[in-house]
Design a protein around this ligand. Structure first.
Ligand code: NAP
Length: 296
């Protein structure tokens, strides 16, 4: 059995040690780390993976695409796939900034509490606070893919609108709206209205950003699921604790960053396993969600 070689392609100068450690813990025997990787320079690295081990050996080679610049990583991932042809391909996991595994874990946590496919005329509604960031955008995309109507909240309406249009392109059957968010949230504003009508609220703002304070939470009327992905105090959603993992409060269940984080780690490890067993696998947010749903 050839040793499992993971090629870590990271756009940052210093490849992520977090991603490296998870890879080793998930069964990579050898880790080849490349920093400062760009779409323009990636093809020779991919050819090195494709042309060394033929046949069954290809499955023992895999590629991880990471880095803090999500758009740059997506461009790298696209070039990686363009370089493959015929059976000459290796498994690929795309998870810049942990955004895909984190979003998949958040959505796995949310949907287990939702009556999806209930035949209701009105779609369930979600609000993603901090929805313009890498994690929030993917949470929105995955929930839209599940048929929810989604509101992207941002301090900048144009930024929220640009994100909403981007997501609508990939999940055309759902409604994706943009809403401006400013603290403190005022009753009667568009944000107050979508919060009142939301079934799911996810806070995906920057670390340490409070997006729904106590007064803001009083505007929430019917939400069944509240998820706060921020682990750095103060909480992104007032009253949600970092280690909440399905704690019930009133008619809502609460998840905090660590509560979601344990599912994120499971998905990340399972994804590394998968790319070493299926050399045709390309694991982006949607595939990671499916993996997470199978683990849940
Ligand atoms: N649990 C886990 O395993 C895990 C893994 C990865 C990330 N995370 C957490 O997930 C969250 C989202 O990650 P990310 O990388 O997508 O975050 P990010 O890019 O740093 O921030 C997301 C959005 O937050 C908004 N924002 C930034 N500063 C703000 C402030 N001071 N006040 C209010 N809003 C602010 C921005 O939106 P606008 O400027 O458009 O308003 C930004 O697009 C973070 O808290 C991160 O720590 C958790």
């Amino acid at each position: 059995m050839p040793r499992r070689v993971l090629i870590q392609l990271d756009g940052d100068t210093q490849p992520s040690t977090f991603d490296a450690i998870v890879a080793v813990d998930a069964g990579a025997d050898v880790l080849l780390q490349h920093g400062g990787v760009t779409a323009a320079g990636v093809v020779p690295l991919v050819h090195g993976a494709m042309f060394t081990r033929g046949g069954g050996g290809l499955a023992s080679t895999a590629i991880f695409v990471g880095g803090s610049d999500v758009a740059a990583a997506e461009a790298v991932a696209a070039k990686v796939q363009e370089a493959f042809f015929g059976p000459l391909r290796v498994g690929v996991l795309i998870d810049p900034s942990g955004a895909n595994t984190t979003a998949a874990a958040a959505v796995v946590s949310a949907v287990r509490h939702l009556p999806l496919g209930g035949g209701s005329a009105e779609p369930l509604a979600a609000v993603i606070l901090g929805g313009t960031g890498p994690v929030g955008q993917r949470v929105a995309r995955l929930l839209a893919g599940k048929g929810l109507s989604v509101a992207i909240a941002s301090r900048s309406l144009p930024r929220a609108e640009a994100t909403a249009r981007l997501i609508e392109k990939t999940a055309s059957s759902s409604r994706v709206a943009a809403v401006e968010a400013h603290a403190p949230i005022q009753p009667g504003t568009p944000l107050a209205k979508v919060l009142a009508e939301a079934d799911v609220i996810v806070a995906a703002g920057a670390a340490g950003a409070s997006l729904l304070d106590r007064a803001g939470r009083s505007l929430v009327e019917r939400a069944r699921v509240l998820i706060d992905l921020n682990a750095v105090p103060p909480a992104g959603i007032d009253g949600v604790l970092a280690d909440d993992k399905g704690r019930t409060e009133g008619h809502a269940v609460l998840y905090g960053a660590l509560g979601v984080g344990s599912m994120k780690m499971k998905i990340h490890r399972a994804a590394i396993e998968r790319i070493f067993t299926d050399n045709g696998a390309v694991l982006d947010a949607e595939e990671l969600l499916a993996l997470g749903e199978a683990l849940a």
